[in-house]
Design a protein around this ligand. Sequence first.
Ligand SMILES: C[S@@+](CC[C@H](N)C(=O)[O-])C[C@H]1O[C@@H](n2cnc3c(N)ncnc32)[C@H](O)[C@@H]1O
Length: 217
Amino acid sequence: MSVERDMAAYYAQRAAYYERVYFKPERQTDLRTMEAWLPTQFAGRRVLEVACGTGWWTPHGARDALSWLATDLNPETMGVARSKVLPACVQFATVDAYGFQQIEGQSFDGAFAGCWWSHVPLARLPGWLALLHARLLPGSRVVVLDNSFVQTSNLPITRQDDEGNTYQMRTLDDGSAHEVLKNFPSREQALAMLGPRAHSPQWTAYGHYWVLSYLLN
Ligand SMILES: C[S@@+](CC[C@H](N)C(=O)[O-])C[C@H]1O[C@@H](n2cnc3c(N)ncnc32)[C@H](O)[C@@H]1O
């Protein structure tokens, strides 16, 4: 299996208890701040959410949006999201984040991806961002957020490959061990990936997360 398929399978198995990470006491202050800020980014926009998972961010991002298409590859994770009370503008679709052409007949002027960037192999990131941007109208707002390096204090990096990707060994509740690709970009590394259409980037480093918001020409 590829690292991407391994990662998808790992999150399918973890779906039922994935949200434990959002109840860690030390993350609560960052989470409340980010949740309060997220709606301001997407008010009145038609938004594509990439890899929505269990939908932790969905109610916040979608709160004031015009429309919000929450997508993920795994029915297991999206099943948790679907069971939540969500703003009326939210719809779901099973979509591979490396295959946005699957989405037909919709245009977007916003995109959001929570804790997805870190799982994209570095060599694929510019191409993945180009694929995402190709689905977005000029003037679109893009927000990505992810774990800061502090996360490695619980889950140490176990190896680095020739392309610079870092990996962690993670254990699920059934005792199975999974090697997961997880990168921790600096502001400079992240901005260098964005490509020619991106402008006005705003990078915020919280204790436990980083957030990047930018616009597209
Ligand atoms: C770290 S979780 C992030 C979930 C959610 N966005 C959050 O921030 O809590 C990664 C998500 O990526 C999904 N995923 C894995 N491979 C995918 C792919 N190729 N296309 C779309 N989603 C994928 C998994 O099912 C999982 O829900």
